[in-house]
Structure formats: structure tokens, C-alpha cells
Design a protein around this ligand. Structure first.
Ligand code: FDA
Length: 586
């Protein structure tokens, strides 16, 4: 029988990975169908920390402002607080997500975008709506059942969950963005590493006006050291802001082996009262969900014409806030490659670079997020405790914190140090930005990767070294300030040069025609359309005025030449070779 539906790319799942994949593909003009199992988008807030790298992708898509309008702004995100309860003793705070005065400069220097707090209930509708506006066809209540690949494409069987009818969708490529229990990844037999489910956690979303406990120390997260809090779960008890300051998510652990407890109204109230530290508040419970803290990543993330993205390939706790960010960035990496292969501008070999570039990231973030739970244990160690089983001992050690004398001083110093160490969770700017892709879609220039000058997990270090994202700085277009990131992207390759680099731009025009691409030509310098009045681009670009960067649609540098070409022919030959290598057409 003929397939009922045909498309270039079929995306399974409407979470951050799938919704963004559909948006990127539709924006690039690739025919896309998205199917998703339920009749709605996420009905619980789930992932929320939205980092600058994700916002840069949203800016590239022209929807940064839509997210900013609905999300909780950066300045409310900062005072991650460790306490015994909201009403109880405060053990300390760590300024987070670049809100600290010193770290703020690092974040502002790195990106034109801000950090945001945008739960999936905000993000998913924006992504899906924008994808639909740009032509993606979205089918709710449609469940992926299985697929078969052949030399020309993929035939996927889905079930309409309203009618029960099954039908097939024929596509050139399939994206499995179907979350942590991915059937697409299972059907592909993707290999996974890591211990799997390591702990259980409960998420309870409720409305309650808790302003009096938090408005003076605005934050996304408040962590509670209480008896039993370090067992299972995410390291301690947590109250997470969903909406300032009257919607919350409570997180607490449970033992996976024993299964989640029965979340009766009494159990939920008791947990909330314990974490808030008083029963003097009204609450209305919106949802209760048990989930597992996972430590699992795929070491191969695609096979043939099928690519997995998001939790389908990396399953980890919410620590570091990397869940939806990494999922969206997987899709940002994959979508332009699919678009270029579908249009015929690139050979299918380009698609192999998705695995080479993103599988290492899957591993890195799963390890990082799990390490952050372990690091929270340093807070107990600082109190000279291995666990909270002995409640009297816990209270005694907490009291010591306030006592004069050397013992108290030791505890105070150790606690300050343990809380400051949590920068690896709450200010890991380098983890978010320092990706250096190594694959056939990056042409090395023979120079070694620049050494990190500071801790690469904590500090982002911009470079134009091939494989890294092009650095952001403010330049001007006709005098108006614009980011270097705004000069590139939009689904296109870009050639970025300066005075003396005219031959690169001419070569880009000629080669665009040859390769069937529109290549954005950018020249930065005095008298050019783009100028560098602050001189910061000259500081960051690591090439001479007449050198060149070839930048991919996902803003990563594909290749660079440090100095002016010796002739127009040499510029043409170099750029031709670089493009051919990246597009798999060498
Ligand atoms: P996601 O799971 O979001 O989406 C999968 C999609 O696939 C869904 O649309 C689903 O309906 C669809 N689907 C599944 N099977 C299908 C099938 N057979 N056919 C069709 N469609 C199918 N992270 C974080 O950073 N902070 C947090 O606080 C939390 N909290 C949290 C709470 C709970 C309860 C969960 C379950 C998860 C979190 N997370 C989280 C994790 C975070 O939600 C996760 O990292 C991202 O949602 C991953 O995005 P994906 O798009 O990959 O998967």
C-alpha cells in the first residue's frame, strides 16, 4: 500500500528536542512532519534553566523575544540558597547562573543573550507554534510504533490514538526525539553506557504564595538539608520556583527498588510543610510525578537514516540544568545537516558528523549532572556527617555552625567552601559554551587547540579555532550595535573576513552558485558595512584583517585561514576545498 503521508523528515516527539528540530527544519525550508503521542504538550514544568547557548539558537530562529516575554528573567535566578527549610536556618547562598557581579561580566561578554527560566510548559508551545507557522505539520495523539529503513528512506508506522487506525509515513530521514524511554533508540539498538537508574525522585507542583520566605533572596532553587534529604533524589530536598513566588515544584527522593510512595494529599502536605518549615500557608497541588535519576548515555546516536536527539540519548538528573538545553542543541546541530542533505547541497556523509559531534556531549553532560549530585555531599562532609540518619548529631553539627571557637570556625569555613564548590553546578558556564566539535564537518588549520586559561568547566573561552562557536562581541552595522552572532547563521554558511579579504567574498559568491548555496558574506572593518569600533572583534578573531572564517549554519567555525589570500585563485581554491570537505563533496 502507498504510505499515507510523505515528507523529507519525520520527527517523533514534541519535547524540547523534537519541537526544536521541527522548528529548525521548517525554518530552513525542509518539509517536516512531527508526530507526538499525547493530545497535548508537556503538562508539567519539567526542565526550566535555559542557557545562553539555547537562547542564541532561538535568536537565530527569530523567536528569542517570544521566550523572553514569557519566561522568568535572569535577575530572579541568582540566589541559590542552602537552608534547613525556607523558614529555617540559612546555611549559605551561591550566586548562580552568572548573576554574581564578577561572573555576570563573563556571561555578558560571551553572548548577546541572557539566561532565562522557562519551564517546558512555556517553551514547548512557543517552539511548536513557530514550527507550525513555518510549515511543519504537527500530529497530536499519534504514536510511533516502528520503522523500517531502506536505501532511499524510512517507512514509519504510527497509530492514531483517537481512532486506533495505523498508517505509515514515508520520509527521507527520521528523528527520534521521543524522550528517556525512546522506542526509536531501542528499535535502532543504540548502545548505552552508565549504570542506568540510580535513584528515585518525586516532583510535586503546587501553588502557594511563599513570597515572604523568598522575595528578598530571589532564586530558582532552594535546597533543604533535612533528615533523609540526601538519600536518593537529587542530593537534598528542593523547592523550585515555577512562577515567582506563587507556584513551586517540590523535589524529594525515594528508593527505586521500593517504588514510589503513594502520593496521598497527606503525604504531599507533610513534605511541603517540612520543606517550607511551617504549616502556615495554603497550597493547591497541581501535579504529582515520580521519576528516576538516570545515569545513561548512548555512545552511538544514529544509524543510517535515523537520528536520535535529547533524552533519547542522554538521561541524567536536572542538576546543572542541561536537560532541555542539550536536547535543543542536539537538534540545532542536526537540523542544518539534514536540510543541506535534503536540498542536495551536501552529501549524506555530512550526517555522520552528527554522531561524531554530539555523542561526546551526551556523555559529558550525563557525567557532569551526576557528579553535581555527588558534590552536594560535600555539604554534609563539611558538617562532619556522612548522612542524616542520626537526627541529634545533625542538629548538634548545625548548632556548631553558630558556636564560637575553633570547632565552629572550622565548620563555618568548610561549609563556605562546600557551597562555593557548587559553582560546578550553578555557574558552569564553560560546560555550556566550550564545545569544540571534531568531525569531518570541521577542517583543522594545523594549529593546536588554544589552551584553557581558566577552569574549562566554569569559564567559557571564546576562540575561532575550527570546531568552536564563533565568538560573540558587539560590532556595528551602519553605526547600530549588533552581535557578531547576528551576522551569521539563519540556516546559511557565512564567510567572515576584513579589510584585504575581498577575494574571500568573491570566492564565496562564485562557490555559492557552484554548490547551490547562498553564502553570507561578511566584512568587518573601517568603511565596511560592519565596523568594529570597540576593537573587540579584532581582539577575539585570532586571524589577521585579511584572514577568513568559514562559519556553519549552527555558528560553529568550519575552517579558517589566518591571513590574506595570496591571490584570488588561492582564495577560491581554499574556500572550495573547505566547503567540499565540510559538505562531504570532496
Ligand atoms: P521529552 O521527554 O521532553 O519529550 C519526549 C516526547 O516524545 C514527548 O512529546 C512524548 O510525548 C513523545 N513520545 C514519547 N514516546 C512517543 C511515541 N512512541 N510516539 C510519539 N511520541 C512519543 N530536566 C531539567 O533540566 N530540570 C527539571 O527540573 C526536570 N524535571 C523533570 C521532571 C520530570 C517529571 C521529568 C520526566 C523530566 C524532568 N526533566 C528535568 C528532564 C527534562 O524534562 C528532559 O531533559 C527534557 O524534556 C528532554 O527533552 P526531550 O525532547 O528529549 O524529551
Amino acid at each position: 500500500a502507498q504510505p499515507a503521508v510523505t515528507t523529507d523528515v519525520l520527527v517523533v516527539g514534541s519535547g524540547p528536542a523534537g519541537a526544536s528540530a521541527a522548528l529548525f527544519l521548517a525554518t530552513y525550508g525542509t518539509s517536516t512532519v512531527l508526530v507526538t503521542k499525547y493530545g497535548r504538550l508537556s503538562d508539567t514544568p519539567r526542565a526550566h534553566i535555559t542557557n545562553q547557548r539555547t537562547m542564541e539558537a532561538m535568536r537565530d530562529m527569530g523567536i528569542e523575544d517570544r521566550l523572553m516575554r514569557e519566561a522568568t528573567p535572569w535577575e530572579y535566578m541568582g540566589n541559590t540558597t542552602f537552608c534547613t527549610s525556607l523558614a529555617g536556618d540559612e546555611l549559605g547562598r551561591i550566586p548562580s547562573w552568572g548573576t554574581d557581579t564578577v561572573r555576570h561580566a563573563d556571561y555578558e561578554l560571551q553572548s548577546p543573550c541572557t539566561m532565562l527560566d522557562a519551564p517546558q510548559t512555556i517553551t514547548e508551545p512557543i517552539l511548536v507554534q513557530a514550527a507550525q507557522e513555518r510549515g511543519a505539520r504537527v500530529r497530536f495523539d499519534t504514536e510511533y510504533l516502528g520503522h523500517v529503513q531502506d536505501d532511499e528512506g524510512v517507512t514509519t508506522t504510527v497509530r492514531d490514538r483517537l481512532t486506533g487506525a495505523e498508517y505509515t509515513i514515508r520520509s527521507k530521514y527520521l528523528v527520534g526525539a521521543d524522550g528517556a524511554r525512546s522506542k526509536v533508540a531501542a528499535d535502532l539498538g543504540l548502545p548505552f553506557e552508565g549504570p542506568g537508574a540510580v535513584a528515585g525522585a518525586l516532583s510535586i507542583v503546587f501553588e502557594a504564595d511563599l513570597s515572604r520566605f523568598v522575595a528578598h533572596r530571589p532564586s530558582v532553587l532552594y535546597w533543604m538539608l533535612q533528615p533523609g534529604a540526601e538519600r536518593e533524589g537529587v542530593g537534598l530536598g528542593v523547592l523550585r520556583m515555577i512562577k515567582p513566588w506563587n507556584e513551586w515544584m517540590l523535589m524529594w527522593g525515594y528508593e527505586v527498588a521500593g517504588g514510589p510512595p503513594d502520593l496521598t494529599d497527606e503525604v504531599v502536605r507533610e513534605l511541603a510543610v517540612a520543606l517550607v518549615g511551617t504549616d502556615d500557608f495554603e497550597m493547591r497541588v497541581k501535579s504529582r510525578s515520580p521519576w528516576t535519576v538516570n545515569h545513561h548515555y548512548a555512545t552511538t546516536i544514529s544509524r543510517g537514516r535515523v537520528f536520535c536527539a535529547g533524552d533519547a540519548i542522554h538521561r541524567h538528573p536536572p542538576t546543572n540544568g542541561l536537560g532541555s538545553n542539550t536536547s535543543i542543541q542536539d537538534s540545532y546541530n542536526l537540523a542544518w545537516k539534514l536540510a543541506h542533505v535534503v536540498s542536495g547541497a551536501a552529501s549524506p556523509a555530512l550526517l555522520d558528523t552528527y554522531d561524531a559531534e554530539r555523542a561526546p556531549v551526551a556523555r559529558q553532560i550525563v557525567e557532569r549532572a551526576n557528579q553535581s549530585i555527588a558534590d552536594t555531599g560535600k555539604i554534609l562532609t563539611a558538617l562532619d556527617l556522612s548522612d542524616t540518619t542520626d537526627v541529634d548529631k545533625l542538629e548538634q553539627q548545625l548548632a556548631l555552625r553558630k558556636a564560637p571557637g575553633p570547632e565552629g570556625e572550622k565548620v563555618r569555613a568548610a561549609l563556605r567552601e562546600a557551597i562555593a564548590y557548587k559553582a560546578y553546578e550553578f555557574d558552569a558556564h564553560g560546560v555550556e559554551h566550550n564545545h569544540r566539535y571534531a568531525s569531518a564537518a570541521v577542517v583543522g588549520d594545523g594549529t593546536p587547540m588554544p589552551e584553557y586559561r581558566r577552569d574549562p568547566e566554569l569559564y567559557a573561552q571564546p576562540t575561532t579555532w575550527p570546531g568552536a562557536k564563533i565568538p560573540h562581541t558587539w560590532v556595528t552595522r551602519h553605526g547600530v550595535r549588533t552581535s557578531t552572532l547576528d551576522l551569521v547563521g539563519r540556516g546559511r554558511f557565512s564567510v567572515v573576513t576584513g579589510i584585504g579579504g575581498e577575494a574571500w567574498l568573491e570566492a564565496a559568491r562564485a562557490l555559492g552558485d557552484e554548490f547551490g548555496l547562498t553564502i553570507t558574506a561578511v566584512s568587518i572593518g573601517p568603511g565596511q558595512e560592519i565596523e568594529d569600533p570597540y576593537g573587540t572583534w579584532a581582539e577575539l578573531r585570532e586571524i589577521e584583517d585579511g584572514g577568513v572564517l568559514l562559519v556553519r549554519p549552527d555558528l560553529h567555525v568550519a575552517a579558517r585561514q589566518l591571513s590574506s589570500p595570496s591571490s584570488a585563485q588561492q582564495a577560491h581554491d581554499w574556500l572550495r576545498a573547505a566547503l567540499a570537505a565540510v559538505l562531504g563533496r570532496a
